[in-house]
Design a protein around this ligand. Sequence first.
Ligand code: NAP
Length: 330
Amino acid sequence: MNEKVMRAVCYESYGSGSEGLKHVQVPIPKPKRDEVLVKVEASCPNPIDYKLQGGIARPFMPKKFPYIPVTDISGEVVEIGSDVQFQVGDKVVAMLTYTNGGGLGEYAVAPAKLTVKRPEEVSAVEGAGLPLAGLTALHVLTILGHVEIKSGGKAANVLVIAASGGVGHYVVQLAKLGNNHVTATCGARNIELLKSLGADEVLDYTTEDGKMLRSPSGCKYDVVINCATSEIPWLTYKQNLSEQGRVVHLNPDGKTMMKSVSLKLSCSRKKVTSLMMCPKKKEDLEFLVGLVKEGKLKTVVDSKYPLAEAEQAWAKMMGGHATGKIVVEP
Ligand code: NAP
């Protein structure tokens, strides 16, 4: 029997960055009973995708090669497993498993438990940006940061470090859904963008004030969401935090963990929290898609690449200077 094949981009070993990506023809995967097969319309790589290729979770993930990377997709359901509620023809946003990957292909198998319907108001590109970056933004802000994002909720002063990135630009917009005052840091070229997304004040991270995280209006931060990888001394945070201020790190290292413990032991009212792995919940993804539908959240697109140029998208992502999300379209 002739197996149907599709175009995909994979890598065959750890390391090698964009040069390790290969264009291949592989069989179209079959969905299991709790999965759907999606014809991919857009996918968005995240930094974790190149970090996995670099071996950050070696030897557990990826376990098998060749591996088709990327987990965040939008597309149309073309085949369903026996136990799922979706129908062929449904437009969806989905987060694939890291075990299977598959986003850099023409078709991908998605778990129904992390697949949500995409209303016609939400484009494939806007939807594909949401899974990891949007879920992370929502979690760090509301669960780890305790920031309310309902209008009428308690107001907080929020600082978002690296606010122009995939996660940061969602954090800014989500924080502004509530009564919060948002200070954002980014490079000079993105200052106007961050203002347009709702930031009340923006700091260029290359300036002295930016490095010192000094709010132009002099406010003290109740919550700092740090999406950057660069190290910031605790003293810099401390000087800018309110009495019960907390710092949430997306890229925790040993020092961050130690600081978190030492603050707890000293009964400090200031806190440091780290995100290890963002929990993924279908209802949260539905919430984010709903916000995009209502025009309350947008996906800023850094650049779009056809699947045939996926290595360029990969290299751009590895460069660490994306503004919003990088998109790959089959
Ligand atoms: P990204 O899109 O690659 O972020 C790039 C953006 O960050 C660029 O716009 C860059 O601005 C800006 N930036 C970098 N360093 C900065 C600094 N020191 N100050 C201000 N802006 C800075 O990355 P992302 O998708 O937002 O993810 C952010 C980080 O969080 C990544 O390291 C990712 O791996 C991590 N993360 C962790 C989890 C978890 O579960 N723990 C989940 C999601 C993401 P310029 O171009 O102007 O430099």
